[in-house]
Ligand binder design. Structure first.
Ligand code: WT7
Length: 658
């Protein structure tokens, strides 16, 4: 069966949550999890009704789901203003004066916004946007750094039913332009500049360059983060307006009205568009709607992060990614959580910054990405050990497969062997977490993303659609619609159908390869497009990469195939080393032996290339497409490089050709 994906890496360790953790967890045992899961699949309507009881609906839903491939509608008949669930409902409880956002700027300045204050800022901006002529259904682009105003902007849009499209502040003017043009945004919210590694990212200047090549933007609202001395900006008469001037001194009549009685929208009202880069072609504008998305974000946040009074929860993602949408803004606020938000780089002024933030504010839950974890490993344990991390009680990972080596480091060095880790698998398109181990309910296995979350009917299947056997690699698919799923791609229903629902009959295709083990735990082995075919063996990139990263000298690795006359595909691996390790020929020999042992001789790399850095997307994913080009000696890049973190990395990789 040549289309099967092989799996050679075995991981037998299991990490059980402590009795103490389970005793206080929302779901404290596997049996409880299994019963809730059963209910969510067999009686979905009852499950979702019970679990969304604390959300605010103006009119309750009549029908739970209506599904006609590829279009799903959830909570039909319901109307709501989603921000009431995130803000207003907390104003009548003790949460009113609780910190909604604890923010630390890169220079070290701190601001705290209580739920009361956040609500006030949101309604003021919402009213001001309506003054600019924004009405429900208009698209608003948000191009900001990690400041509380970015969250305020998103919520203000939601308050008046405008559809936001957040464009990550690290993107170029061209990337912003394309996203504005695709969504037809009418207003752009930005800021003068943002701090990043000690220097200023001139957001307003880049926004000007972008807007010059768009036709739809009527107004640009500019938040002043830097001040005119540090970052002078040009304000274009009639188009540009300062955030503060727009808000005025006092809440307007309109703001007071919006505070008291916000409009209600249909359950399927478009909440946001978020562009995600396809591996080729133009970015996809993933559209999420209101009630289903909120339900998914809310319920998963509640269960996965097991929030308690007194928690300070920190998701380190940028607000420009879906993780920032679902797990900095909508999920946590709908749960009344206190959220840490940090503006800058993890290694500014030194690689100890994250740990100092945790120590300074008493962060209890940390949710970050494998790429960051591997960078911390590379920088050395001392930076972590210098800080007091005793406040932490739960850790999370998202964005890529986490190799067991990084997992155990995270568990031991950061979590001091006492914090459960939730490895969460999901996608921009899924809107909320689909796979993980609930922290008090199930043991984890390093490298596995665990079990399906509620309502998620997920499976690993063969090309023809039958279930794979235990541990047999195949395609990861979801077999029934779920509330927070993307509804379409903006202006491109056909691409939506083709990309996700038309690949395998009647199921949603995730694009990932995976296997499910004998305990029902899922292991993502990488994107199907990247699966390697070495000497007749099909193997996921994650397998080779994890094997390499389990060698003590290696910090991170990326594996790609390069066309080979003899073998079909030759295996090329790019390896970054831990600090203090020398890139020698001898080490190449050792890594080859290591692969022999961990995976098998057939998987011996044909080429090992040491490098200081790997090309990554701004969200930290390795861009294997570019590495493939480098491996096959291409001097020019064919595809889109707008999502590449650092173009210099690519040039350097080419120059380093052995
Ligand atoms: C793709 C989705 C999820 C929000 C951030 C990224 C990969 C994500 C995991 C994980 C293994 C993971 C998958 C997925 N991925 N989380 N825990 N283990 N792989 O969202 O940019 O839409 O990317 O990221 O390949 O399909 P995204």
């Amino acid at each position: 069966m040549s289309d099967r994906i092989e799996s050679r890496l075995k991981e037998d360790r299991r990490f059980q949550p402590s009795r103490e953790f389970s005793a206080h967890a929302r779901v404290g045992s596997h049996a409880e999890y299994a019963e809730l899961y059963r209910q969510s699949i067999e009686e979905p309507e009852q499950f979702w009704r019970a679990q969304t009881q604390d959300l605010v609906f103006r009119t309750p839903p009549k029908t739970f789901v209506e599904w006609k491939l590829p279009n799903a509608k959830f909570f039909l008949g319901a109307t709501l203003n989603l921000t009431e669930s995130c803000l207003d409902r907390h104003l009548v409880t003790q949460h009113r004066t609780r910190a909604a956002i604890v923010w630390e700027g890169e220079p070290g300045d701190v601001r705290t916004l209580t739920y009361f204050e956040l609500h006030r800022e949101v309604v003021r901006l919402a009213a001001a946007l309506t003054d600019l002529g924004v009405i429900a259904g208009d698209r608003i682009a948000i191009y900001m750094g990690m400041v509380p105003e970015a969250a305020i902007a998103m919520l203000a849009c939601a308050r008046i039913g405008a559809t936001h499209s957040v464009v990550f502040g690290g993107f170029s003017a061209e990337a912003l332009r394309d996203r504005i043009n695709d969504s037809g945004a009418k207003v752009l919210l930005t800021q003068d500049g943002a701090w990043r590694r000690g220097s200023v990212v001139p957001l307003k200047k880049m926004a000007d360059d972008a807007v010059a090549q768009t036709k739809t933007i009527e107004k640009v609202v500019v938040y002043r983060r830097m001040g005119s001395e540090r970052t002078p900006v040009e304000m274009r008469e009639g188009r540009d307006v300062w955030w503060d001037d727009l808000l005025g001194r006092h809440p307007s009549e309109k703001a007071l009205a919006l505070a008291k009685s916000p409009p209600a929208f249909d359950a399927e009202h478009p909440l946001f568009i978020l562009y995600t880069s396809g591996s080729t072609g133009k970015p996809k504008g993933v559209l999420h709607t209101t009630a289903g998305y909120l339900a998914g974000a809310h319920v998963t946040t509640k269960f996965v992060f097991d929030l308690k009074d007194g928690d300070l929860y920190w998701c380190t993602a940028d607000i420009g990614w879906v993780t920032g949408h679902s797990y900095i803004v909508y999920g946590p606020l709908s749960c009344g959580a206190s959220c840490m938000m940090y503006e800058g780089a993890p290694n500014f002024p030194d690689p100890g910054r994250f740990w100092k933030v945790i120590e300074r504010h008493g962060v209890t839950i940390l949710y970050t990405a494998p790429t960051a974890i591997r960078a911390f490993i590379r920088w050395g344990d001392d930076w972590v050990n210098k800080a007091d991390l005793s406040s932490l009680r739960l850790l999370g990972s998202v964005g890529e497969p986490i190799n067991p080596e990084a997992w155990t480091w995270y568990h031991k060095v950061v979590g001091k062997d006492r914090c459960p880790i939730v490895d969460t698998w999901w996608q921009t398109e899924t809107g909320s977490i689909m796979l993980t181990t609930l922290p008090g309910a199930a043991y984890s296995k390093p490298g596995s993303t665990g079990l399906p979350l509620f309502g998620v009917d997920i499976a690993v299947v063969r090309d023809e659609g039958q279930d794979c056997a235990a541990n047999e690699g195949g395609k990861l698919v979801i077999r029934r619609p779920w509330p927070s799923m993307a509804r379409t791609l903006w202006n491109d229903d056909e691409r939506y159908l083709k990309s996700y629902w038309d690949v395998m009959p009647n199921v949603y295709f995730t694009g990932d390869g995976a296997r499910k083990d004998e305990d029902g735990y899922f292991w993502v082995v990488g994107r199907i497009d990247d699966v390697l075919n070495v000497a007749g063996h099909r193997i996921g990139t994650a397998e080779i990469e994890s094997a390499l990263a389990s060698h003590p000298s290696v910090a991170e690795a990326a594996a790609v195939g390069k066309p080979d006359d003899l073998k079909g595909q030759a295996l090329v691996v790019f390896v970054t080393l831990k600090q203090g390790q020398a890139a020698t020929k001898e080490l190449k020999g050792k890594l080859t032996e290591h692969i022999d042992k961990e995976i098998g001789k057939f998987a011996r790399p044909d080429q090992i290339r040491f490098t200081d850095a790997l090309p990554k997307t701004r969200s930290g994913k390795i861009m294997r497409r570019l590495l493939k080009e480098v491996a096959s000696g291409a001097l020019e890049t064919k595809g889109d490089t707008s999502t590449l973190e650092d173009l210099g990395v690519l040039a350097k990789l080419r120059a380093d050709e052995e």
